[in-house]
Design a protein. Structure first.
Length: 484
């Protein structure tokens, strides 16, 4: 974040008096708190709504020092200057040790390859029954006699109960047998099928499933993506889009119902959007709106930094394989900041059809990591401590100046829990959700479910949901002005 913008006017207006003071006026006992306060004063999106962050709150550095000493820890200070937490701001974070910041790694797990759910057995106060949600490709389970929609009642001939299912299925045992059963919604009937399973170290496929579905004049690319939205998988997703392109795909169904979520960077989401489109290169993908004083400075000094434009290159300069679509269908089951940003930004240019069990949360803000240095970059940061802050610093808008604080309502409403008696086969129209979407693509009006969970099953556990990452929001990388 090195640059030549060192004007005294900006320093004294946007960072007030305190960054213009002599270093020796910042007492060592408040160094961390001083950094936290000044970072939040300069860039926190809601700075003008926090009285203790007001530019004229303190008349001198010694007066600020006295205020900072009233907080036992930096985190206590940080929490004190957040706006309407957790309702409005549930994303800003203080890190006690920035060395723990890690780029997302390739997703691996120790698993037998069965993703499953657990429901209470009807009529029993203790017994439970498991159902297979899907099988991981190339896992141990993929070579066994087990498939999506199968049921199991025991492990090594021990009945699954509310108190033991987690230990039996997720405990230390490397190998075991699943005791399978038939289930009609009321009665569990053990059958003769016992499935041997062995846990191994498993690397999850970048793309869980991709296939071409032709129905009438519609050539649909169907993509199930279950991983996070880091740059780790963009190259493989781009390869999948090349396959779609060679197949002449003119519609895309992006199935994210089993996605583990997590945070991301806006540039990654831009690259995914550029694969879906491609006809809008160099046009605004997102616009950034900072707090009023930071926004004014960027408009004057770095106006280009207030936009991220559609691109035709991946992070590693590989050409993006673009489909130039006008319609995309996105299947969700909940909310994701990354996907909300994708939806909002695409909506300025193409039709985005949302299939979901709820209105999304409306997490329309972006964050940045700030370190204790002259420009808040990691380069040149203080070696006296390891504290960093990741505050919300901006709102995301699309090219039409629309944000998404109210979230997105679904065009097709689905149930939060799939019908365990009718899961169908993924990637085919026996899957009720995919069938509904394909009908919608073909112009058949959606038929929302009259009842969800009509059998009143009690859903106790889902192995996919247990792997979902904390949604830390969508981050940006930004050159910030030098404060020396």
């Amino acid at each position: 974040m090195k640059n030549n913008f060192r004007t005294l006017l900006f320093l004294c207006m946007s960072l007030v008096l305190f960054n213009c003071t002599k270093v020796d006026e910042i007492s060592g006992d408040v160094e961390i708190n001083d950094f936290v306060w000044k970072a939040m004063n300069a860039y926190y999106l809601y700075q003008d709504q926090i009285p203790d962050l007001a530019d004229r709150r303190f008349n001198s550095q010694p007066e600020l020092n006295n205020y900072l000493r009233s907080f036992t820890t930096p985190n206590e200070l940080f929490l004190n200057v957040l706006h309407d937490r957790p309702t409005t701001d549930n994303k800003s974070t203080l890190l006690n040790d920035y060395n723990l910041i890690r780029s997302p790694s390739i997703r691996t797990s120790t698993t037998h390859g069965v993703e499953y759910g657990i429901i209470a057995e009807p009529g029993s106060a203790t017994n439970v029954i498991g159902y297979v949600q899907y099988i991981l490709p190339n896992s141990n389970a993929s070579i066994q006699n087990i498939k999506r929609g199968d049921f199991f009642y025991g492990v090594d001939n021990v009945q699954l109960t509310r108190s033991n299912y987690n230990n039996l299925l997720e405990g230390a045992s490397v190998s075991f047998e699943l005791n399978m059963a038939n289930f009609n919604g009321t009665i569990v009937t053990p059958n003769a099928n016992n499935v041997p399973l062995t846990k191994t170290t498993y690397t999850h496929n970048s793309v869980f499933m991709s296939k071409n579905i032709i129905t009438g004049s519609k050539n649909i690319g169907y993509l199930i993506y279950n991983n996070d939205f880091s740059s780790n998988y963009l190259s493989d997703v781009n390869t999948t889009f090349l396959q779609f392109k060679s197949q002449g795909v003119n519609q895309l169904v992006l199935d994210l119902r089993y996605n583990i979520g997590g945070g991301s960077f806006a540039t990654n989401i831009n690259q995914i959007a550029s694969m879906i489109t491609g006809q809008f290169k160099d046009q605004p993908f997102i616009k950034k709106r900072w707090n009023s004083k930071a926004q004014s400075w960027f408009e004057l000094n770095q106006p280009d930094s207030l936009m991220i434009n559609y691109t035709d290159k991946l992070y590693n300069s590989t050409p993006i394989n673009s489909l130039e679509l006008t319609d995309v269908y996105i299947i969700l089951n909940g909310s994701s900041s990354s996907i909300e940003l994708l939806i909002n930004s695409l909506k300025s240019y193409i039709n985005v059809h949302i299939i979901n069990s709820q209105t999304t949360d409306g997490n329309n803000t972006g964050s940045i990591t700030l370190y204790n240095s002259i420009d808040y970059d990691s380069i040149g940061k203080s070696t006296n401590h390891t504290t960093a802050v990741q505050p919300i610093v901006l709102e995301y808008l699309n090219n039409d100046e629309n944000t998404f604080v109210d979230g997105f309502m679904p065009d097709i409403t689905i149930c939060p829990d799939e019908d365990v008696l009718n899961l169908g086969v993924l990637g085919t129209t026996t899957d009720p959700i995919l069938k509904e979407v394909i009908d919608f693509v073909n112009g058949i009006p959606p038929n929302p479910p009259r009842f969800c969970n009509s059998n009143n099953f009690q859903h106790l556990y889902n192995s996919v949901r247990s792997q979902q990452l904390i949604d830390t929001g969508v981050f940006i990388k930004q050159d910030l002005p030098n404060t020396n």
